[in-house]
Design a protein around this ligand. Sequence first.
Ligand code: FAD
Length: 479
Amino acid sequence: MSDVVVIGGGVGGLMAAIRLQCTDHDVVVLERLPEFGGKLATYSRDGYHFEIGPSLLTWPKVIDDVFRLAGTSLEREVKLVRLAQPFRYFWPGSGTATFYDDPVATAQSLDGMSPGSGDEYLKFLRHSRKIWEVSERTFFAGPMTGVLSLLRRMRSPRDFMLIDAFRTLWKASRKHFSDPRLRQWLGRYATYSGSSPFESPATLSCIPALEADQGSWYVEGGLGALRDAIVAVAQRVGVQMLPNTEVTGVVTRRGRVTGVRTAQGAEFAAEIVLANVDAEHLYRDLLPQSRRLKKVRKAGRSTSGIVVLVGARGKTEGIAHHNVWFSKDYKREFDEMKRGSLPEEQTIYACVSAVTDSSQAPTNSENWFLLVNVPAGLEVDDEFTNRLLNDLARRGPDLRGRAEFVEMLSPKDFETRYRSSGGAIYGTSSNGMRAAFRRPVNVGPVKGLYLVGGSSHPGGGLPMVTTSARIVSELISTR
Ligand SMILES: Cc1cc2nc3c(=O)[nH]c(=O)nc-3n(C[C@H](O)[C@H](O)[C@H](O)COP(=O)(O)OP(=O)(O)OC[C@H]3O[C@@H](n4cnc5c(N)ncnc54)[C@H](O)[C@@H]3O)c2cc1C
């Protein structure tokens, strides 16, 4: 008998498994897919390699912390590349801005597009850093069971004011930037947690400081190399990893967990069950007797996305590793998503990792990963790829005549692959001033059940689910 069973081998589950195994637990991870890593997944075709999940790594320190506990380091396991010019942003008709791994160079680039905005940017970064400093030692420091758990970690009421939680990110963007294009730039950070800048709190303004000060990172060979390293470290420290093993129920007795049941009819007994699956899947399918489902639904899903992969011949002038072509009307785009429909004009994100790493595409070719945000649950047909490539050609590079193949992943595909409700890619959203307190907590409703990953505290994204793993491991170790 293991003392911990982890349901799902996503990054949050694997990171928690490593931490717990390193602190004298016996851990088994049950994953329904043949591969581990969950949304941190890749796809290859005809010499082109794509990330089909995360393409941007921020705050790698939290991953390094786990690796160090396991007697190694992130640097020893993968070749990390800190991108010198991580982002290029394009606005319809007018303007391009390059973001550098140097705030002063970024400010100069912004001044070139819009005189005076360089200073606004540097001033904004000072504000952003303050929010980050407070958030790191409060929100990210431990479990969240309500506003009191946050307040208890604050040093003074000033901290509460500093985190800028009482206005939306969009409202804050109007205060910080006079150029509407930079308001859109700041607003985009809400999408890092699958949320809307018009609904999420301005606390999310802390993300630009994280990127500017701690870097935007790539892993040589693609982010799949990071997944492989996490899996290798987990195996090395002795975590038992079982792929192709779908959990169909959490077994409980007298109000506490006794293990899990699998689709193959096996039972894995354990004192602790750690669910790394979507909280809606957990409470709807694996523990239907719990009354938490209603509460989870209230938290609201993050957006989903449509991913279009293009293997393109030739090279594109003027692009960076990460690129964003903004829509003309951001408010309209998010209003349409809120109504559950496909926005008429979308902001298009493109990662072309071949810009940094020539191993990711054949010679003189590029691997285009295009992502647009759409509401969770949206259904789209294959025609969407033409619409997106036409749209991109109007605003940016024309890939239509250069494509060797085009493939698409829709919200339905994400739902089927990862069992995430409606194909939500970041778990629960940050929409609403109380979103942080509505997100499912890390402690389940029966003794011995814990939650880790994007749909529980502190939310989605690689650094967040790794933080979730730390929080939950500490809860288990001190229970
Ligand atoms: C297209 C896309 C782009 C993204 N871009 C970024 C980015 O650039 N940067 C970033 O930091 N983050 C990004 N993210 C978000 C990030 O990938 C996720 O937040 C993170 O990987 C989720 O980890 P998790 O621990 O929640 O587990 P998940 O990845 O959700 O894994 C859960 C695992 O549980 C398994 N499972 C489900 N049900 C069962 C069951 N019943 N029994 C057994 N196993 C089960 C699933 O198969 C899956 O492997 C992106 C995600 C997507 C999809």
